[in-house]
Design a protein around this ligand. Sequence first.
Ligand code: DQA
Length: 150
Amino acid sequence: MSKTVFILNGPNLNLLGKREPGIYGGKTLDEIRDDCVAAARDLQISTEFRQTNHEGVLVDWIQEAGEKAGGIIINPGAYSHTSIAIHDAIRGVKLPVAEVHLSNIHAREAFRHTSMVTPVAVGMICGFGPLGYTLALQALAPQLQAREEQ
Ligand code: DQA
């Protein structure tokens, strides 16, 4: 059983640092990746950190994770609120999934209050900025361990 976690990021997250810093903070996605690599090292997990602006690419990567990974952390960006394809892909792979959002989606516009991903995730972390990613790694670690012991 794999102790690799795929950390997948959706549209516009490549612009972190420049994009609406009042909402998303000043950290770049590269800096978040570095935080994840450090946190994963402490947890003895390896990570595969990726970003795409394309829905179908996220679907491909979720399917790839199904072959290669023990779990997924995903911030699907705006696709969270619309993508039945991502919902279905997650259902299909039967991996533990942690959904992350930098902002508190429930404290924002009504169209952000629903996520297609939350019902198929083990859990969702939102509103804690980049810390959410390392919290998600900590949250998934015991799930990976449990799968290894199965
Ligand atoms: C986001 C929240 C989404 O509503 C938004 O479309 C994003 C980022 C977040 O991390 O807070 O692109 O997923």
